[in-house]
Design a protein around this ligand. Structure first.
Ligand code: ZN
Length: 289
């Protein structure tokens, strides 16, 4: 049985500094949270940038560059950059990091959807647009730059969109999926929904790896069910800012610590970054030797 790969999604684009003082905002803070998460057991850091002045999501390539360079200097963790950004950003803004920074992995949102962020009223009338043309363009961009996609599955139809890319010869198996549960606009965060996605993926793919993440209070219950089903957990302040009911996580490493403890109780061994590279079929980035 493969070891368990923990992803730390350290800041994301949903929570804001007024909701928790512990959210990393500056490139240095974001990089340090990724480095500390790795020390706690995370093998992948899922990265968004924030505007250091406002705390809001940013598409500024220089901020991303600073984050990536600092992490690479100090840690072996696999860097996975978002291409979701924030849903009011254009496709071009969201994907500019791929050719510029060539991360080992990047998220790849597998379809268009409503995506309500409760504290951002403008998201009520916005669409998170990922058209078939966008998917084809992004998959080519990732291939050209040697970036492994993590296919973000917010809804069952996004599995068939992933299968379509295989049928078109644009990607090949094994694919790596991430089931994203509990977004308003996507599938709910329940064991039944997760089992349905897993069983659907079993029908669509011959060879795949997968992780699960879930919004807010559903994070730990759902990643636990995911691990029982053989999946990998993603935790972090992108998805959830609480360590337990009413107790804010003071760092992403605390959230990683907790999921490592749960994994241990379930008899799972945690993969280090290089073991995760092997499981995911990644090549070590040339720059790091
Ligand atoms: Zn993200």
């Amino acid at each position: 049985m493969n070891k368990t790969i923990v992803t730390a999604a350290v800041t994301g684009s949903v929570y804001t500094p007024d909701m928790t003082p512990y959210l990393p905002i500056t490139p240095e803070e974001i990089a340090n949270e990724a480095i500390r998460s790795c020390e706690a057991g995370a093998a992948i850091a899922h990265i968004h940038a924030r505007d250091p002045k406002t705390g809001f999501p940013s598409a500024d390539i220089e901020l991303y560059r600073q984050i990536v360079e600092r992490i690479r200097e100090k840690s072996d963790i696999i860097i996975q950059i978002t291409t979701g950004g924030f849903l009011t950003m254009s496709f071009e803004e969201r994907t500019a990091t791929i050719p510029a920074l060539k991360p080992e992995m990047a998220s790849f949102n597998m379809g268009s959807m409503n995506f309500l962020v409760p504290n951002r009223p403008e998201t009520k009338s916005a669409i998170f647009a990922n058209t078939f043309t966008d998917l084809e363009n992004l998959v080519r961009m990732m291939k050209e730059n040697g970036v492994k996609p993590e296919h973000e599955i917010y809804d069952p139809g996004m599995l068939s969109n992933t299968r379509l890319l295989i049928n078109q010869g644009l990607i090949s198996e094994p694919v790596h999926l991430d089931f994203v549960l509990g977004i308003r606009g996507g599938i709910e965060a329940t064991p039944e929904a997760l089992l349905f996605l897993k069983q659907s993926a079993d029908r669509y793919f011959n060879n795949y790896t997968w992780s699960v993440c879930a919004a807010a209070q559903y994070e730990f219950p759902m990643v636990t069910v995911g691990m029982i089903l053989g999946g990998n957990p993603r935790v972090g302040m992108e998805d959830n800012i609480f360590l337990s009911k009413g107790v804010l996580a003071k760092s992403n490493a605390e959230l990683v610590d907790k999921v490592v403890r749960i994994a241990g109780e379930l008899g799972k061994e945690i993969a280090g970054p290089d073991e995760a590279r092997e499981i995911l079929g990644l090549k070590r980035p040339a720059a790091r030797g």
